[in-house]
Design a binder for this molecule. Structure first.
Ligand SMILES: [Zn+2]
Ligand SMILES: [Zn+2]
Length: 211
């Protein structure tokens, strides 16, 4: 599996494209806000000859939903998210205004994840790991074969997702991370919703929120 990370919009969300040698790809949290960010994503997909077949959201915070409308319009694919975060899709416009940005209401999702669901594209598979607490419908996407985890805002390098937003729950988040993420192979590389990459082993040893 191949991976490309972009960092888009004023909140600096990491947008992820995953593909394999079939050239089918999934776009995770496209996050494009400015037209030049949309064009960067489009140019990359076209230059690599990729065929986007799925649009996956790690959770429903507005900054991660940016670009959903562009991706749906450009490649004709509907977003997928955990049902518990669908209310955030509905509220995305007002949430963005509170942070000084303007986002039109994102298109309604076409599919809701359940915990443990397997998402497939090309010859590849990702497992949905449900870890609420940062938001009620937060999920991570895990490739066992490639030792890769797309963690959204659940886990960061040296930190964890904020839980001071409505419906946040710190205890639930920490328990979920410990029981469902730290049990993975220490070598698993973690792409976070913001900031740099890390590994499960590094966070298990050094993350002060998890010790
Ligand atoms: Zn978030
Ligand atoms: Zn975020």
């Amino acid at each position: 599996m191949n991976i490309k990370k972009f960092t888009f919009n004023p909140v600096e969300v990491n947008a992820i494209v995953l593909w394999d040698d079939t050239l089918e790809c999934v776009i995770i949290d496209p996050a494009c806000y400015y037209p030049n960010e949309e064009q960067q994503l489009k140019l990359f997909i076209e230059t690599q000859n990729l065929k986007p077949i799925k649009l996956l959201n790690t959770h429903g915070h507005f900054d991660h939903l940016m670009g959903n409308a562009f991706v749906e319009k450009t490649w004709g694919i509907k977003s997928e998210i955990h049902k518990e975060d669908n209310y955030l899709v509905e509220q995305a416009t007002s949430q963005s205004l509170m942070f000084g940005m303007s986002l039109s209401k994102p298109p309604s999702p076409g599919h809701f994840f359940v915990d443990g669901e397997i998402i497939t594209f090309g010859k590849s598979a990702l497992k949905v790991i449900y870890v609420p607490g940062h938001s009620p419908g937060g999920v991570a996407f895990y490739s066992e074969e490639d030792l890769l985890l797309i963690a959204g805002d659940i886990l960061f390098s040296g930190s964890v997702g904020r839980t001071d937003l409505p419906k946040g729950n710190h205890e639930q988040l920490i328990t979920g991370i410990k029981e469902k993420l730290l049990v993975l192979d220490p070598k698993v590389k973690v792409y976070c919703g913001h900031g740099p990459e890390t590994t499960i082993g590094t966070e298990k040893s050094f993350n002060q929120f998890l010790n």
